[in-house]
Design a protein around this ligand. Structure first.
Ligand code: TYM
Length: 330
């Protein structure tokens, strides 16, 4: 039997897990669990690159773990762990840092965005963020990385760093491939920007039905449809884009024609979407509630995951250290 290929991915514990995370990445993680040897990581070191409250971080890490487990990440078929439990990631990040041109890091779109947003805290961690991300992936010698489109540029850098390291020191790392879903870029409730924890435009997967409705009610639709009697343009409406991902095909067709002919208004359309969202999220919320009642079980899953991840990263780092000329001669 040939060994399964390895998949690795990560998520920051910086806010509540939202629909963009779920459709853009987590559903793909769940789907890969049998075909790949999967490792998923809650990246708390990455969360340090912006101001944060150290007293809240542990509970945010646990919230994130619960959202992932409730969404179908299954510890009996994958490894789920917290980044700061595996120090090998930072050791490898240092080796990779010496392969990463500063000029290349300064060109990363996410660095440009974040440095504009956090001009008062322009720390070196923001600049080297994608090097630590590359180390996460390469520490487990992953073949594929399931992510949303916003991570594509970081993954190109990870491939480049793997190539550079291999050329400079000898072959250690495969060049990881990016795996996108059809829902690779979910737009937020503002109808414009990518759904994102740092913007107030998310639909959180563990929100109550009422909270979801409140967010949906005010979600931006076709801005030219000012009155109920105006025909709408589903092709420019973000709520319709969500329908295409969440509602079954016959109902999508009826929403589309109802909107174009003004037989339904935006509120009717949103009520149907609310039902579709609840079909997807009710079971996730229920599983999460059960996990909140058993925090020690969640902590044990993360502990076991960290032990497995440490074994995997230690094996890679033994090889990398040796190639780089560290440690006693063999
Ligand atoms: P993060 O925490 O921002 O997002 C986690 C995953 O969700 C995807 N995603 C989206 N997909 C579609 N539409 C959206 N609106 C949307 N918002 C988020 C992201 O693409 C991601 O797949 N830097 C990473 C974390 C990371 C990582 C890694 C990822 C650290 N190390 C190693 C992969 C491999 C991040 O901040 O993701």
């Amino acid at each position: 039997m040939t060994a399964r290929k390895k998949a690795f991915s990560g998520i920051q514990p910086t806010g509540k897990v939202h629909l963009g995370n779920l459709l853009g990445a987590i559903q793909n993680w769940v789907a890969l669990q049998d075909a790949y040897d999967c490792t998923f990581c809650i990246v708390d070191w990455h969360a340090m690159t912006v101001d944060y409250d150290a007293n809240e971080l542990r509970s945010k890490v646990r919230d994130c773990a619960i959202a992932l487990l409730a969404s179908g990440v299954d510890p009996s078929r994958c490894t789920l762990f917290v980044q700061s439990e595996v120090p090998e990631h930072t050791e490898l990040a240092w080796y990779l840092m010496t392969c990463a041109p500063v000029s290349r890091l300064e060109l990363q779109a996410q660095y440009k965005d974040k440095s504009a947003q956090h001009a008062d805290n322009l720390n070196a961690g923001l600049l080297t963020y994608p090097v630590l991300q590359a180390a996460d992936i390469l520490a487990h010698r992953a073949d594929v990385v399931p992510v949303g489109e916003d991570q594509k540029q970081h993954l190109e850098l990870a491939r480049e760093l793997a190539r550079k390291f291999n050329l400079r020191f000898g072959q250690v790392f495969p060049e990881p491939e990016t795996l996108l879903t059809p829902a690779k870029r979910i737009v937020g409730t503002d109808g414009k920007a990518k759904m994102s924890k740092s913007k107030d435009n998310t639909l959180d997967i563990l929100a109550t039905p009422d909270e979801l409705w409140q967010r949906l009610r005010s979600a931006v639709t076709d801005e030219q449809r000012l009155r109920r009697a105006d025909p709408g343009r589903p092709e420019v409406c973000n709520v319709f884009a969500w329908h295409q991902m969440l509602t079954d095909a016959p109902q999508v067709a009826s929403v589309e024609s109802g909107c174009r002919t003004a037989q339904i208004g935006c509120m009717d359309c949103k009520k149907i979407l609310h039902q579709s969202l609840l079909r997807l999220l009710d079971p996730i919320r229920e599983r999460a509630q059960a996990l909140y009642a058993e925090p020690e079980k969640v902590d044990a899953i993360l502990r076991e995951g960290a032990a497995k991840a440490r074994r995997s990263a230690k094996a890679t780092l033994a090889l990398a250290r040796e190639k780089c000329g560290f440690g006693p001669a063999a």
